[in-house]
Design a protein around this ligand. Structure first.
Ligand code: NDP
Length: 445
């Protein structure tokens, strides 16, 4: 790392002790930015990095709610409004027991660059709670969402901060959150949340957008080597929103997706995952992946273990952060891996990224490859602002244009900075320069 940036990075780490994921995300971005500061000394003079690493606002709040037995439960809520240089804070809410300030900050930090790469007018933020939705009834989920919004509502708004979904927050939760916002504020403010239901202000393609976008990005990477998804053997981790839609799109492009996972285990279906059955189990019945095996022949279910033990030519990690370590990466590379498209945020550890890059694997980092979700959220905001709703085909076409654009911008930036094919460098520099220019133009804020 450039010595000037290393000193700033060390200060950021010391000011934010114990936030391992945030430290990792900051370090990864700083490692790319030395050459930018050679060309743009004004970024150092303007203390852009110091400002960028300090969120504009961090909100931590109590979320008190009653479970079905009437017992009071207390969770912790977070919203980190990281950077609004390009537009209102924008980023999802994660409900998962692992959520803490460091995780929300890593996600919010990544979101700044991702949102910049989309070319849409959105800043970066993220939020969530350590609430665990698994095993909770619909009524409990609703009461939790209402309690969460009872504090969050005063911090968000169409022109201020626009949350959406992430792990544990899908259409059902966005519905309960929106309902409570409307009730408290007495405003039908469609643009305050994205990922809404289609009949009440949502956008077609938003549910599919992150998974579809990840595959579109990976297809563009494959094309640079004269390849495509057609005939590839694909492994996907997770079986939530991003994973299911990545599987659907990869198979639509001719790949065979042979495995996917949840936090309990993974399935191997050599004939190709039956997406309709997977959707039925995970989205309709809210069941566990294990149930897939009993309903289809010739499927293996592995309890525990790692889905990255299954060989693939294309890997699409779509579950969570740091799920592929250096050993798993090395094994995949030894067994014929060609490309990785990160549907999840920071799913590859720094060791894994180094393995992929050393082996010249096509590696699409999450902040570029999974930007289709937030980009389509911005399209949802556009539709809300103009009281319009677009067709599936039109919205998907816009998503495709945006993902191809992000790919090309990352590739061109990597070329410009002398490291062709390095999408990590391209994404970090491409996103950073846009935000840094806007921050300097807006003065010391
Ligand atoms: P979902 O909650 O719909 O699905 C998450 C999936 O990942 C589930 O299968 C879950 O298994 C698994 N998972 C979650 N945490 C862990 C863990 N600690 N260990 C193993 N498996 C885990 O979330 P999404 O699909 O929305 O999000 C997946 C990833 O994509 C996240 O990294 C998210 O930040 C990222 N992302 C999502 C976007 C979106 O639009 N939704 C946009 C951009 C990025 P189980 O059910 O057993 O918990």
């Amino acid at each position: 790392m450039d010595a000037r940036l290393e000193a700033i990075r060390d200060t950021v780490l010391a000011r934010n002790p114990g936030e391992a994921e945030f430290h990792q995300a900051v370090t990864e971005v700083f490692e790319s930015l030395g050459p930018v500061h050679d060309r743009h000394p004004e970024f150092l003079e303007g203390a852009v990095l110091e400002r960028l690493c300090e969120p504009e606002r961090q909100i931590i709040f109590r979320v008190p709610w009653a479970d079905d037995s009437g017992r009071f439960q207390i969770n912790r809520g977070f919203r980190v409004e990281f950077n609004s240089a390009l537009g209102p804070f924008k980023g999802g809410l994660r409900f998962h027991p692992s959520v803490n300030l460091g995780i929300v900050k890593f996600l919010g930090f990544e979101q700044i660059f991702k949102n910049a790469l989309t070319g849409m007018p959105i800043g970066g933020g993220k939020g969530g709670s350590d609430f665990d939705p698994r095993g909770r009834s619909d009524a409990e989920i609703m009461r939790f969402c209402q309690a969460f919004m009872t504090e969050l509502y005063r911090h968000i708004g169409e022109y201020t901060d626009v949350p959406a979904g992430d792990i544990g927050v899908g259409g059902r939760e966005i519905g309960y959150l929106f309902g409570q916002y409307k009730r408290i504020t007495n405003r039908y403010e469609s643009g305050v949340l994205t990922g809404k239901g289609i009949s009440w202000g949502g956008s077609l393609v938003r549910p599919e957008a992150t998974g579809f976008g990840t595959v579109i990005f990976a297809e563009e990477m494959l094309k640079t080597r004269g390849l495509s998804f057609d005939g590839q053997r694909v492994v996907v981790s997770g079986s939530g929103n991003v994973a299911i839609n990545a599987i659907a799109k990869a198979q639509a492009l001719g790949a065979t997706v042979v495995a996917c996972s949840d936090s309990s285990g993974y399935i191997v279906d050599e004939a190709g995952i039956d997406v309709d059955l997977l959707r039925q189990i995970k989205e309709v019945e809210r069941g566990r992946l294990k149930e897939y095996q009993a309903r289809r022949s010739a499927v293996d279910y592995v309890d525990g273990g790692s889905v990255w033990d299954v060989d693939a030519t294309v890997a699409l990690p779509c579950a969570t952060q740091n799920e592929i370590d250096g050993d798993a990466a090395a094994r995949l590379v030894r067994n014929g891996l060609l490309a990785v498209g990160e549907g999840a945020n920071m799913p590859s550890t720094p060791d894994a990224v180094a393995v992929f890059q050393d082996a010249r694997i096509l590696f699409g980092p999450g902040k570029a490859a999974n930007a289709g979700g937030v980009a389509t959220s911005a399209l949802e905001m556009q539709q809300n602002a103009s009281r319009d709703s677009w067709s599936f085909a039109h919205t998907e076409e816009r998503l495709t244009e945006i993902m191809v654009g992000i790919h090309d911008r990352c590739a061109a930036t990597a070329d410009e900075y002398g490291d062709p094919g390095n999408y990590v460098l391209g994404a970090n520099i491409g996103g950073f320069v846009k935000v840094a220019d806007a921050m300097l133009a807006q003065g010391l804020i």
